[in-house]
Design a protein around this ligand. Structure first.
Ligand code: BGC
Length: 580
């Protein structure tokens, strides 16, 4: 593994953007000058600041997401679908810090400290002793989601709320991450999805104009707050192919990224990489389409669906983005993460071959796996499926310089409500989430959003069922490298839930899910567990093995055991599970 020393450097040149419009041009002389001086102090942590935080690490499994998935599986009428849901229930997902209380926690919701404790517990269980990488989404800027209403937030675009963002949100996160006990973790921060991309393409929107200075200031503040922490990695959000892929937008976006990152104390080296398709639906690959292929003399990218955007898919945008950010002066260690949580587009509607039509639009519409009515349909679209399972260093896209596929948007969490729903999070109603709404932004088409959706972030069982049914690769079908619970024959995952606790003990329930047919399994309990009682399993040397009747599991099948533990209550979360 390549260890990269990061140094604190000053950036001299700053790039001025002409009002962040799509026609702003990057100044090649400016941000590319950032480099580590020979005497700059080098930050060092337990295992150093590595090039790719995901490489050689296992990813944090959020037990709250797992319990939502298992609850949906329990309610599903279709046994095959339920088994597929269980098979993905141990996948890692990001933790969204989408308001101040998501950091502190509430009576019913785990805060950041609890998640980090659970990640440390997961690391202590790792059979290979790998570090755990936690992906945190930093998402509470003043005037958030300026061009839409579904994810507007608690902070307004005002100086007073900017001060709250700094002191009640970013400083609190940074203080927690800085604690000694969390330095064993690798923490990837996804900085403020949609914020800088909105400044590129929605500069005419008054709300975005009001929010723009706060977005810039907030992103710089967050980057500076996390940069001194060697175990923390910063990734800027870079929209997706169907948003920033047009050449004008791509140029303006990269100029803006360089300008904003260039204003941090360490300059462009503060940024470890970029994340694309966060909460998006643009497919990783359009297997039957190339932008430059000609149909009746016209390139595919000129079809109505692509509107002259040369980047048809995320693989193309990631490669395009990577080349551009390096040219703008970002370090050559810069990696790209793609959010593949919901960009799968499998199921029965997926085309199996290119169309034979000689009419360009028909050819593209019959060949594309992205089956949305328009690439701008961003809210709970019909037909989407889970995408590639999270994995570090995915192969097959050398130009994209991928650090990982990650499920940044936890699949099954809504993009926005289909009608106004009262809430105390500042979330509004965006008609793009209403299936009866025809939108100019979709060239006059209906949105094709799923009906009866709850507010953004809330669990949406019907959407989760659709995503699992339309997964691509289909659940259980992928080769994989064994890091996904559903990838390898014989694999299993186990999730610990605390169902009761008191001052000197607790009751725990563990769900074991088979990724493939199993004849037996074993689960390692958290270190130091003292059992007062155990049911549906046998204990030896801190490991639980099944009884005869719950040993054999079909792919996607589950078994449960429970116990009463003495002493401190352990963190809920993933436990190490082995097939023997
Ligand atoms: C919502 C957040 C939520 C996130 C993940 C966003 O669209 O606004 O509240 O945490 O999605 O589901």
């Amino acid at each position: 593994m390549r260890i990269r020393s990061r140094a604190v450097v000053a950036v001299v040149g700053l790039l001025a953007l002409a009002g962040c419009t799509g026609d702003a041009q990057p100044d090649p002389s400016a941000p590319g000058t950032a480099s580590a001086g020979p005497d700059a102090p080098v930050r060092v942590s337990a295992d150093g600041h590595v090039d790719n935080a995901y490489a050689g690490a296992s990813m944090y499994v959020d037990a709250d997401w797992t319990s939502n998935v298992l609850a949906s599986a329990g309610e599903a009428d279709d046994a095959v679908l339920a088994a597929s849901m269980r098979a993905v229930s141990g996948e890692p997902t990001a933790v969204w810090l989408d308001r101040i209380q998501a950091v502190t926690g509430t009576a019913t919701e785990r805060g950041l400290e609890e998640h980090l404790d659970a990640a440390v517990a997961q690391a202590s269980q790792d059979p290979d002793g790998e570090p755990v990488v936690v992906t945190l989404v930093v998402y509470d800027l003043p005037g958030r989601d300026c061009h839409a209403l579904a994810s507007s937030g608690e902070l307004a675009a005002t100086d007073a709320d900017m001060a709250r963002y700094r002191s009640e949100y970013i400083d609190v996160i940074a203080d927690l991450l800085a604690r000694d006990e969390y330095r064993v973790l690798r923490i990837v921060t996804v900085i403020e999805p949609d914020s800088l991309p909105n400044l590129v393409t929605n500069a005419d929107d008054e709300a975005c104009q009001a929010a723009a200075p706060y977005y810039r200031e907030g992103v710089v503040y967050a980057l500076d707050a996390f940069a001194p922490l060697e175990h923390v990695y910063a990734y800027l959000d870079a929209g997706h192919a169907g948003w920033l892929g047009w050449t004008d937008n791509a140029e303006a976006a990269v100029a803006l990224f360089a300008d904003v990152a260039g204003q941090t104390r360490a300059g462009l080296t503060t940024v470890d990489g970029f994340v694309t398709d966060v909460a998006g639906y643009t497919p990783l690959e359009e297997p039957f389409l190339e932008a430059s292929d000609l149909v009746d003399g016209t390139p595919v990218s000129d079809a109505s669906f692509y509107a002259s955007n040369p980047d048809l898919d995320e693989a193309a945008w990631a490669a395009d983005l990577h080349a551009r950010v390096l040219a703008a002066g970002f370090p050559d260690t810069t990696g790209i993460v793609i959010d593949t949580s919901r960009n799968g587009w499998g199921g029965i509607g997926r085309p199996a071959a290119a169309s034979s039509s000689t009419t360009l639009d028909t050819y593209v519409d019959e060949s594309r796996v992205d089956r949305r009515v328009h690439r701008g349909a961003w809210c709970n679209p019909e037909g989407a499926g889970l995408g590639e399972r999270p994995v570090a260093e995915p192969e097959g896209y050398p130009d994209a310089h991928l650090d990982a596929f990650m499920w940044v948007k936890p699949p099954g969490e809504s993009d926005g409500s289909s009608r106004l729903v009262a809430n105390d999070q500042g979330k509004g109603f965006d008609p793009m989430c209403d299936p009866t709404y025809t939108s100019d932004r979709l060239d006059g088409a209906l949105t094709h959003a799923l009906p009866d959706a709850p507010i953004s972030g809330a669990w949406f069982p019907a959407q989760f069922a659709q995503l699992v049914a339309n997964a691509y690769p289909a659940v259980g079908s992928e080769g994989g490298d064994g890091s996904s619970p559903d990838a390898l024959a014989g694999s299993c995952s186990a999730v610990l839930t605390i169902t009761d606790s008191w001052s000197s003990g607790y009751v725990a329930d563990v769900t074991v899910t088979a990724g493939a047919p199993l004849s037996t399994w074993s689960v390692t309990l958290p270190p130091g567990t003292v059992l007062d009682d155990l049911w549906n399993g046998v204990e030896a040397d801190g490991r639980i093995t099944p009884l005869e009747w719950n040993a054999t599991l079909d792919a996607g099948g589950t078994a449960n055991f429970g116990y009463v533990g003495a002493g401190d209550t352990p963190a809920a979360g993933a436990l190490a599970c082995a097939s023997a």
